[in-house]
Design a protein around this ligand. Structure first.
Ligand code: GRF
Length: 209
């Protein structure tokens, strides 16, 4: 009998280095309870989509029109339901999802944020802006956080965090790179496997009743 795996969709907006490490970890057998079945971007030119295609994973762009954000979420929801997705991973995804979307999938959406939440998070803190704020404040330690997504931006329950040292002479780019290499690319695959295992075990438990 085919082993049950959580069906994972990864939502992306940019270069996709976090997606790439998820793919590498899955291919290395480090996400045994999950299978990436879909990658979706709000940007048709996101290099993350190329990474998915190279790995043989279905990769789709759903253009998001500011004047009609619900159309994007309706298409996304239909796709996730159609593909029977169990877990949604936000990996460099820069769209703020609506409360309706989040409540529909609550408990099944995780996000990677490039700081130690609750520092340097929430509205306006994304990408390089996070690291600029760290350097401006003069913190000696930063890091990354994987958390469950709820209605509050970067406000959901924290799943995994990993600290990263800020070094003398760092600029936002060198700090971002270190946070990605030493933290993001390690904790997101780990959290994805932990969530996948939980989903599979819960499903098995239901079946056994
Ligand atoms: C990274 O800084 C990540 O922390 C944030 O988006 C940036 C780009 O990520 N979530 P990726 O290379 O597209 O995964």
């Amino acid at each position: 009998m085919k082993e049950d795996k959580a069906r994972i969709a990864v939502l992306v907006s940019g270069g996709g280095t976090n997606l790439q490490h998820l793919i590498n970890n899955e291919q290395a057998g480090k996400i045994p309870h999950g299978e990436i079945v879909l990658v979706v971007s709000n940007k048709k030119d996101a290099y993350a989509l190329e990474r998915a295609k190279k790995a043989g994973i279905e990769a789709l762009a759903i253009p998001r029109k500011k004047e009609d954000p619900s159309a994007f979420e309706n298409q996304l929801t239909d796709l996730l339901v159609e593909r029977k997705v169990d877990l949604i991973v936000l990996a460099g995804f820069l769209v703020i999802l609506s409360p309706e979307f989040i409540s529909r999938f609550e408990g099944r959406i995780i996000n990677i944020h490039p700081s130690l939440i609750p520092s340097f998070c929430g509205k306006g803190f994304y990408g390089l802006k996070v690291h600029e704020a760290c350097l401006k404040r003069g913190v000696k330690v930063t890091g990354a956080t994987v958390h469950l997504v709820n209605q509050v931006p970067d406000g959901g329950p924290i799943l995994i965090q990993k600290p990263v040292e800020v070094k003398e002479g760092d600029d936002p780019e060198t700090l971002q790179r270190r946070v990605m290499e030493e933290a993001e690319w390690k904790i997101l695959p780990k959290a994805t496997e932990e969530m996948s295992k939980k989903i599979v075990e819960e499903r098995a438990g239901h079946d056994n009743i």
